[in-house]
Design a binder for this molecule. Structure first.
Ligand SMILES: Nc1ncnc2c1ncn2[C@@H]1O[C@H](COP(=O)(O)OP(=O)(O)OP(=O)(O)O)[C@@H](O)[C@H]1O
Ligand SMILES: [Mg+2]
Length: 382
């Protein structure tokens, strides 16, 4: 078992001259037993602080944290039954791989036979025995990815209630990152140990988490399954943070006509392009009826905007004019960096393009996938 409960948890750092820094604000959340929870958000949003309070490396200013119903605010880190993996592996340089993994258990006076069984099982699973047996090497004779696997092994052999990870992949090169990411996912699926994983990388968050918690300025913005966060972002911050390239935003207004509801973007005075004016889906139109005439923000992801030439049966009411800034052929798709009469935007087009900068290009928005936000609160309306 390993259920973690955060109950209205705050972290307030006392600064110089009595100034205060609120690093984590009213963090209230339950992590289910066996769940892989990812905390994601920009630098300084309070991810590590949250994790460090759970680990006992940082005092809790207000609120409480429970593991399986036991309040741990005042329990020393070593008695919390958690194991933490950091960004810098923090291996003991003078100890062999075997000893690095065994050391924590030796300190706890675990029987020798049991230590050996646990270390060998972890080493086997983490690929530290084959193709090369690394158990008798020192950390300096290992690659970054191998060192990180030893650090994982050290956490695994402890058999804790909760694993904590703080950006464990950020020191690895791109290929090792993907490999070790898969390794951690497999490990967690196999051991089914509750895990809290911190990253600022939204791809890691999307691919690894059972649930992701998006944070900004110390506040939870949304906590849900990855695809729910992607498809139904709670606000403009989440919409812009999850997804790469990020969601496009257009400021403008809604108008009603006999043909339905239309969104028209705010145009820059000097633009010679026709302003984007697209028909809103009937479903969204119903929800947005009382917003007609008021400022609103429309969001559309890059993959939901296509070059009209490559769109299947494009609806003329969803076509708009743009001018090309940069064309980036990626192979499988093309990133079109363009601007409309009032906004810069990106389209992920399926087509292969012969267009050049400064050409005028007709694009089609998939309006079933459009999002609408309140410009004041920035919260999602649809
Ligand atoms: N000891 C401290 N004293 C004062 N402020 C601190 C202290 N430690 C962290 N902070 C501040 O608390 C905020 C949250 O820091 P935290 O380390 O949790 O961010 P993070 O989300 O992990 O960021 P990163 O992605 O850069 O690691 C930051 O604004 C940071 O400057
Ligand atoms: Mg951090």
């Amino acid at each position: 078992m390993g259920k973690v409960t955060f109950e209205h948890v705050w972290k307030i750092y006392e600064g110089v001259k009595g100034s205060e820094k609120v690093a984590v604000k009213d963090f209230h959340l339950e992590v289910e037993d066996g769940e892989f929870l990812v905390l994601v958000g920009p630098s300084g949003c309070g991810k590590s602080t949250t994790l460090r309070m759970l680990a006992g490396l940082e005092e809790i200013s207000r609120g409480a944290i429970y593991i399986d119903g036991r309040k741990i605010n005042d329990v020393p880190p070593k008695d919390r039954d958690i194991a933490m993996v950091f960004q810098n592996y923090a291996l003991y340089p003078h100890m062999t791989v075997y000893k690095n993994m065994a050391f924590g258990l030796m300190l706890r006076k675990t029987p020798k036979k049991e230590i050996d069984d646990r270390v060998m099982a972890a080493a086997k699973f983490l690929g530290l025995l084959e193709p090369d047996n690394l158990l008798h090497r020192k950390p300096k004779a290992l690659s970054g990815g191998q060192r990180q696997r030893v650090a994982l092994g050290r956490a695994v052999v402890r058999n804790p209630k909760v694993f904590l990870f703080d950006e464990p992949l950020s020191n690895l090169d791109a290929k090792m990152r993907v490999e070790t990411r898969t390794e951690i996912s497999k490990l967690q699926a196999r051991l089914n140990t509750t895990s809290v994983y911190v990253t600022h990388d939204q791809v890691e968050a999307m691919t690894m988490g059972d649930r992701i918690v998006v944070m900004n300025h110390g506040v939870i913005q949304q906590a849900d399954e990855p695809l729910v966060v992607y498809n139904k972002p709670a606000n403009m911050f989440v919409a812009g943070f999850i997804g790469s390239p990020p969601m496009n935003f257009f400021r403008g207004t809604l108008a009603s006509s006999r043909e339905g509801m239309f969104f028209t973007e705010d145009k820059k005075p000097d633009s010679t392009l026709k302003p984007l004016c697209v028909k809103v889906s009937d479903e969204a139109g119903k929800i947005l009826a009382d917003r007609v005439g008021k400022p609103i923000v429309m969001g559309i992801r890059p993959e939901d905007i296509e070059d009209k030439l490559f769109a299947f049966d494009p609806d003329p009411a969803h076509v708009f004019q743009s001018r090309v800034d940069v064309v980036e052929p990626m192979g499988a798709e093309t990133f079109l960096y363009v601007h409309s009469s009032g906004h810069s935007l990106i389209s992920r087009s399926k087509g292969h393009h012969k267009i050049a900068a400064n050409e005028v290009l007709d694009l089609v928005a998939d309006m079933r996938k459009a999002h609408f936000f309140d410009p004041e609160s920035q919260n999602a309306l649809t």
